[in-house]
Write a protein that binds this ligand. Structure first.
Ligand SMILES: NC(=O)c1ccc[n+]([C@@H]2O[C@H](COP(=O)([O-])OP(=O)(O)OC[C@H]3O[C@@H](n4cnc5c(N)ncnc54)[C@H](OP(=O)(O)O)[C@@H]3O)[C@@H](O)[C@H]2O)c1
Length: 215
C-alpha cells in the first residue's frame, strides 16, 4: 500500500522547520540554512548539483533514501517560493532552476489558482486550491503505486499530522536553536494523534528520528 512519507525534514532543537522572514535572499528563512547543514555537506547533495565530493556516512545514506520509491510530491506554497497572494505572473518557477530535483508530478497547495507548470526532467508543478485531501488524492493517483513524499514546509506538514494522514516521518533533528521561525509541532498532540518514535540514529550532523503512525 502506498504511503504518505515525510523524509529528511530538518527541525531545530526548539522545534522550528524554517527560520522567520522568508524572502528571495532567505529561502529557508533567516538562519534557516543551519537546519540543512547535515544535507548540504552530503555526497548526495553535491551529486544532485552536478558536483564531485561531499561526505559519505549516515547523513548521506539517509538523505539518499528519502528519494527512493517516490512517485509524487506535495509541497506548501512557501516551499515553492517567496511569492505571496495572487500570482502576479507566471515568472516564478520555484527555487530549483529549469530542472528541479523531483522528476515526478509535484502538487503545490495554495489558495491561488495557477496553470500546471511543466519543467525539464519530468517535474510538473500542479497548483491545488481544494485543500490537503484533494492534494493527497491527486498525488496518490499520480504516484502510480509508489509513495507520496510530503516535502514541507512546516505549516503543510502540521495540517496532515493534525488529521493523522502521514504514515511515516523522518526528522533530521539539528543541534541548533532558531529561536523564531515556522514551528513544526505547535498545537499538535502527536501521541494522541497516534504517532510513536520507532528508532533514532546518530548521524554526523543531525540525530535522525523516525516516527510512524500506529496501525
Ligand atoms: N526544514 C526542512 O527540511 C524544510 C523542508 C522544506 C521547506 N522548508 C522551509 O519551510 C518554509 C516554508 O514553510 P511554511 O510553514 O512557511 O509554509 P508552507 O507549508 O510551505 O506553505 C504554506 C502556504 O501554503 C499554502 N497552503 C498550505 N495549506 C493550504 C491549504 N490547505 N489550502 C490552500 N493553500 C494552502 C498557503 O499559501 P497561500 O495562501 O499563499 O496560497 C500557505 O500560506 C520555507 O522557508 C522552506 O524553505 C524547510
Amino acid at each position: 500500500m502506498a504511503k504518505l512519507r515525510v523524509q529528511s525534514f530538518a527541525v531545530s532543537l526548539d522545534g522550528y522547520g524554517a527560520g522567520p522572514d522568508q524572502d528571495l535572499e532567505h529561502p529557508l528563512g533567516v538562519n534557516g540554512p543551519e537546519l540543512m547543514e547535515w544535507f548540504f555537506h552530503s555526497r548526495f547533495w553535491q551529486k544532485m548539483h552536478g558536483q564531485e565530493g561531499g561526505e559519505t556516512g549516515t547523513d548521506n545514506e539517509i538523505a539518499e533514501q528519502g528519494f527512493a520509491g517516490i512517485g509524487a510530491w506535495i509541497l506548501g506554497r512557501n516551499m515553492f517560493g517567496p511569492v505571496r497572494g495572487p500570482w502576479p505572473d507566471e515568472s516564478w518557477k520555484g527555487w530549483w532552476g529549469d530542472e528541479p530535483p523531483y522528476h515526478t508530478p509535484v502538487f503545490v497547495l495554495t489558495h491561488y489558482a495557477r496553470a500546471p507548470l511543466p519543467m525539464a526532467g519530468g517535474t510538473t508543478f500542479h497548483f491545488v486550491t481544494e485543500g490537503i485531501h484533494a492534494a493527497l488524492e491527486r498525488a496518490t493517483a499520480a504516484a502510480g503505486g509508489r509513495d507520496v513524499r510530503l516535502g514541507g514546509g512546516a505549516a503543510t506538514i502540521r495540517q496532515y499530522l493534525a488529521e493523522s494522514l502521514i504514515d511515516e516521518l523522518h526528522l533530521a533533528v539539528r543541534p541548533i536553536l532558531l529561536g523564531r521561525g515556522e514551528p513544526l509541532f505547535q498545537g499538535l498532540d502527536l501521541r494522541a494523534l497516534g504517532y510513536e518514535c520507532t528508532r533514532w540514529v546518530a548521524g554526523e550532523r543531525a540525530a535522525h528520528v523516525f516516527l510512524r503512525r500506529r496501525m
